[in-house]
Design a protein around this ligand. Structure first.
Ligand SMILES: [Zn+2]
Length: 332
């Protein structure tokens, strides 16, 4: 962006003003769009929420991104988090001054980055951080897969990785800014595992891992369900599986992959949420506080807000509240 007010800058600003329609972002971001990033005290974090997906309470990309952005803006003074809904921004210049991009969306062949690999590649080469949550860690093998290895250090590769629902016990947390203030925890999610990682592990740090139980590999072989490679790793070699990892690129840019995030309610687990908030802050090259990014637990009301689908008739809010209360026990 030009620093002085040029006709081009004015057009960019106008475009940004019109692009605000249909996005959830704070209006002051638009005014700053014509300023060079260096003049901004805050770092802009763009969360890209994919279109509606699985139904009530799961893959709630928009509601999840809004909760995360609120937690960042309320608790990280240097973060300016904005949410783009319904997929890739219609005005891609919104990403030009981003310090980090977070993608929470359906992936595979529908991954929002796929048609924009060149643009994202240019941003990555400038050191922009990239955080991919849940299905957004999956891209097709080949050019996109290789790009993800370069940008975030790993991805879900079909016929290699798997997507069972299970409850890992995260007892072994590394000394890394992303794990700051995070206590050991366990939580059920669709934790994908046996991800494809870089063969050169320099700069790559496992953040969450556990050995999955054998029942996670009872399904027939398939693109996402099971395969001989994962059985050899888990059932024969008993290799703990990494479900969240941080990657520092050789040029200093940062990436993070997190395979949980299927159930929207899990954002109310304080350690689950803290890991992701820490990772976003770290990927934007901001300092993660010594105790990690602490944020208020979303209430049930807040969790129900902004979801893409209405609750089904049999929805029992008391069950969700009991689950959240259970997570709070022993964690004052
Ligand atoms: Zn899922």
């Amino acid at each position: 962006m030009p620093g002085t007010f040029t006709p081009r800058g004015f057009i960019v600003l106008l475009t940004a003003v019109f692009a605000v329609c249909g996005t959830d972002r704070r209006p002051e971001v638009t005014a700053r769009a014509a300023e060079p990033p260096a003049s901004s005290a805050k770092k802009k974090i763009v969360l890209i929420a994919g279109p509606p997906s699985h139904g009530f309470g799961s893959h709630e990309h928009r509601a999840g991104c809004l909760l995360l952005a609120k937690a960042l803006n309320e608790n990280v003074p240097q973060a300016d988090a904005v949410v783009i809904t319904n997929g890739w921004p219609r005005d891609p210049s919104v990403l030009d001054d981003a310090a980090a991009i977070v993608v929470f969306a359906d992936g595979g062949g529908r991954h929002p980055i796929l048609p924009h690999l060149d643009q994202v590649g240019r941003l990555m080469s400038r050191g922009v951080g990239l955080v991919c949550l849940h299905y957004a860690v999956e891209v097709p093998k080949g050019r996109a897969g290789q790009a993800f290895l370069d940008w975030i250090g790993g991805y879900f590769e079909t016929h290699w990785s798997v997507n069972p629902h299970w409850t890992p016990q995260f007892t072994d947390l590394p000394k890394h800014p992303v794990a700051r203030g995070v206590r050991p925890f366990a939580i059920r999610d669709e934790w994908y595992y046996h991800m494809r990682f870089r063969s050169n592990r320099r700069g790559w740090t496992p953040i969450l891992n556990d050995l999955p139980p054998a029942e996670t590999l009872r399904r027939k072989d398939g693109a996402h369900s099971n395969n001989p490679h994962v059985r050899a790793a888990v059932l024969d070699r008993k290799e703990p599986q990494v479900v969240a990892w941080a990657y520092e690129r050789p040029d200093g840019g940062r990436g993070f992959g997190f395979t949980g995030g299927h159930f929207h309610w899990n954002w109310a687990h304080d350690d689950f949420r803290k890991i992701v908030l820490n990772a976003i802050v770290w990927s934007a090259r901001l300092e993660v506080p010594p105790g990690g990014v602490t944020s208020k637990t979303p209430t049930l009301q807040e969790l129900l807000a902004n979801q893409d689908f209405p609750p089904p008739k049999q929805f029992d809010p008391k069950r969700i509240q009991r689950m959240i209360d259970g997570w709070k026990q022993d964690r004052p």
